[in-house]
Structures are given as C-alpha cells and as structure tokens.
Design a protein around this ligand. Structure first.
Ligand code: FAD
Ligand code: FES
Length: 281
C-alpha cells in the first residue's frame, strides 16, 4: 500500500502577486516526475496539502482546473509560519504536494442545471477552478445558465482580475463582481456586500438551479437567507467548509463536525447535510 502521507515532489514554475497589498500570491507548480501529474488527477472543488520540508504542511484549495494540463496552481494568503515561508520562496524551489484530497462539487448532479457560483475573498480559489471547468468548450454545453457573484474588499483585492474581466465580456456567463467599497470614480461594477448582491442579482431558484457558496463564515451566514428568499431549498445550496485540518485524510480527527470529518466527508456539503450536524458550525 502506498504511504498516504508521502507528497509528490513539485517545482515552483511561476509566482504571481495576486493582490495589490501583496498578501496573496498564486504559485504554479510542475511535477518533478511527470507521471505524478496523472496520479494527482483532481476535480474542481478539491484541496491538497502543500508541504515545505522542515517547515510544515498546510491544506490549500486547488485553484487550477482539471482542464488545465501540465501544472497545478494554488493562491495562498500570507498569514503564519508555513504561508510566510512559501511567500518567500523563489521560482525553481522544490517542495511537496499531497492529494488530491476531499470531495468536490457534485458535477454529475449539476449537469443540465443552472449554476450560481458565490464567492468572497480568497475562498474564490476553488471557484475559479470550477468556472474554468464549466467554461471549457468540452463542458460548457453540459450546464445551463451560469451566474457568478464574487466580492472582495476593494478592486485591488480581487483575484484573477484579467480572467474576471474576460469572463465578463462573454455572453455565456453572467458576472456580478462587487467590492465592499472603492474611491475609484470609474468603478463600473457593484459596490456592497456579497449577500446583498446575491439577493439583488442572482436568479430566482427553480428546481433546476443550484448555488455553490464558498467564502468567509460571515459571508456564508448572510448569503443563506438571501438564497432562501430567492427560493433555494437546502439541498440546492452547496457549500465548501474550511475547518481546522491537519492530515487531510481522516486520520487525526482534528476537523470533525459531529461525526463528519470535513477533510474526508467534505469539504463540500449541501446546506441540507449541514443542517443535520451539531450546531457548532
Ligand atoms: C480545505 C481548506 C482549503 C484552504 N484553501 C486555502 C486557499 O486556497 N488559500 C489560502 O490562503 N488558505 C487556504 N486555507 C487556509 C490555510 O490552510 C491556512 O491559512 C494555513 O494552514 C495557515 O498556515 P500557516 O502555517 O501559515 O499559519 P499558522 O497560523 O502559523 O499555522 C500554524 C499551523 O496551524 C495549522 N493551521 C492554521 N490555520 C489553519 C487552517 N485554516 N486550516 C488548517 N490548519 C491550519 C497548520 O497546521 C499550520 O501549519 C484552506 C484551509 C482548508 C482547511
Ligand atoms: S484533517 Fe485529520 S481527520 Fe480531518
């Protein structure tokens, strides 16, 4: 049996400063052993453990999409020991990736449905993966209407800006970009918090419409009632949870909510499933 704690060796191929305040960087990795890329086959919504020898290992959502070949991407917020170390690394440096881990957005169930993607802050990473997946020419016809509501604190904090504005120009996806506030007189998108933009702009739900929500807990808390007002039932609201994780494979027990292990049974759950767990979440 293969050791589930053993990471694949990867090389940093590119580092892009992702936000104006430089607190987020997007790292592109290539596998040192090309055959490992196939073993790392992932679906949009999954995460991985990034490891730096002698420093530590952290769970991070996969920002690249399964339809993008030859590399994997992660966008990382500099917050503590491991992420600061990662931010100081250079192109060409070696490190490890373990995964893919966790479940994914339910792509089979979402086929032939309207999909509304709702994201806030840097939790948008796995949503980027999902959007790129759905917009891929081989996949776009599998989905009906696609709406995206994405909010950041300010224009300079929006991730993947060039792609966002490219998607905005397309007629097969409805983008609703918002910022909490801005001094920019030329800002032509929304201003205001994500839940309000959802309430004002997201499509009213019929039985063929599903919402995928990923963001900070406060955004999720207020987005739920906005979606309920629009007619979304708990089984139509799909969320990705972040809980204190360590091993990512159901061994350490650190990430449990009741009897569910977020790393293994999730991180993707419907609101219907979450409503059945203890009130701690
Ligand atoms: C499923 C999932 C997906 C995530 N995706 C992203 C992402 O795309 N981009 C991003 O920037 N961040 C993401 N995070 C959060 C990221 O894992 C933490 O910010 C990171 O672990 C902090 O590590 P640190 O050593 O720099 O911080 P420190 O505060 O120094 O943390 C020390 C140790 O505490 C643990 N720890 C701290 N915070 C967390 C946490 N939230 N989850 C698990 N362990 C933690 C780690 O073991 C870490 O080594 C995700 C977390 C989860 C659970
Ligand atoms: S992170 Fe170890 S059991 Fe979930």
């Amino acid at each position: 049996m293969e050791n589930p704690y053993l990471p694949y060796p990867v090389r940093i191929d590119d580092i892009e400063v992702a936000t104006e305040d430089k607190s987020l960087k997007t790292f592109t990795f290539v596998f040192v052993n090309p055959e490992d890329e196939e073993k790392f086959a992932y679906k949009a919504g999954q995460f991985a453990e990034l490891s730096i020898p002698g420093v530590g290992e952290i769970p991070i959502g996969i920002a690249s999409s399964p339809v993008e070949k030859g590399f994997v991407k992660f966008t990382v917020f500099r917050t503590g020991v491991v992420t600061t170390h990662l931010h100081n690394m250079k192109k060409g440096d070696l490190m490890g990736i373990r995964g893919p881990l966790g479940n994914w957005y339910p792509w089979d169930k979402l086929e032939n449905k309207n999909v509304v993607i709702i994201g806030g802050g840097f939790a948008f990473t796995t949503l980027r993966s999902s959007i790129v997946y759905m917009l891929d020419p081989a996949n776009r016809k599998k989905f009906k209407n696609i709406d995206v509501v994405y909010g950041a604190r300010s224009p300079g904090m929006l991730l993947y800006r060039e792609e966002l504005f490219d998607w905005e120009k397309r007629d097969d996806i409805n983008m609703h970009i918002t910022v909490d506030g801005t001094d920019d007189p030329d800002w032509k998108y929304h201003t205001g918090f994500v839940p309000q933009v959802v309430e004002d702009n997201a499509p009213v739900a019929d039985e063929d419409t599903y919402a995928i929500v990923c963001g900070p807990p406060i955004m999720i808390k207020f987005t739920q009632p906005a979606l309920t007002k629009l007619g979304y039932q708990p089984h139509q609201i799909i969320m990705s949870l972040e809980n204190r994780m360590k091993c990512g494979i159901g061994m350490c027990g650190r990430c449990n909510i009741g009897k569910e292990l977020v790393c293994k049974d999730g991180p993707v759950f419907t609101l219907e499933e979450i409503n059945q767990t203890p009130k701690e979440y």
